[in-house]
Design a protein around this ligand. Structure first.
Ligand SMILES: CC(C)(COP(=O)(O)OP(=O)(O)OC[C@H]1O[C@@H](n2cnc3c(N)ncnc32)[C@H](O)[C@@H]1OP(=O)(O)O)[C@@H](O)C(=O)NCCC(=O)NCCS
Length: 171
């Protein structure tokens, strides 16, 4: 598990030029491409935080607020918000930038949960997260609320949570 780690150590900024192969028929960025880049950027943040292999457990609902045009720049900023036993929540903010003006628009935000794995592919402990600034502390507190909500919805990571399955597992 190791010593506690400052959440600022996990920070990632990833920049991509939106090329024709990243766009839909309207010439704006394809949502699936944004989701893939969010996952990659967030995974790097999680790895920087725990220095282990990680897998994505979930990406909370993703809503696209504004498109990014072909030829514009997509910017992904990710940081670990909070860490628990073996899992971490990473927040990702996506912005589009017009390369001619520098104007930036908020495209999407996402919260991704990763689990650290040991050499046998089993969940393994992650360091405790140190939030130093008021903003980091706020994100950590909000992450606790989202985790409670996620876990209350049941865990796809643990398979079906139907009563039949729970009973079968308890046998
Ligand atoms: C991630 C995986 C290893 C977890 O296995 P598991 O047997 O469910 O492990 P556990 O029950 O010990 O849970 C591990 C952690 O996940 C968390 N977790 C489980 N379900 C979750 C959910 N729906 N949302 C958020 N966290 C969740 C648990 O709380 C636990 O974290 P904690 O130790 O910090 O409390 C396993 O589900 C897996 O391999 N999933 C596929 C991952 C993958 O391939 N991702 C790529 C994209 S498909």
């Amino acid at each position: 598990m190791g010593d506690p780690v400052q959440v600022s150590q996990s920070r990632v900024e990833m920049t991509q030029l939106v090329l024709p192969e990243h766009t839909n028929a309207l010439g704006t960025i394809f949502g699936g491409q944004v989701a893939a880049w969010i996952d990659i950027c967030a995974a790097i943040a999680a790895q920087r935080f725990c220095r282990r292999q990680v897998v994505t457990v979930s990406i909370d609902s993703l809503r696209f607020l504004n498109p990014i045009q072909r030829g514009h720049i997509a910017i992904f900023q990710a940081t670990v918000n909070a860490a628990w036993g073996t899992s971490m929540e990473v927040g990702v903010r996506v912005e589009g930038e017009d390369p001619m003006t520098g104007d930036r628009t908020h495209t999407a935000s996402a919260y991704c949960t990763f689990v650290a794995l040991d050499a046998n592919g089993r969940p393994t402990g992650v360091p405790a997260a140190i939030a130093e600034t008021a903003e980091e502390q706020r994100r950590k507190e909000h992450a606790e609320l989202r985790r409670a909500e996620r876990l209350s919805r049941g865990s796809p990571a643990r398979g079906s949570t139907s009563r039949e399955d729970q009973a079968r597992r308890a046998r």
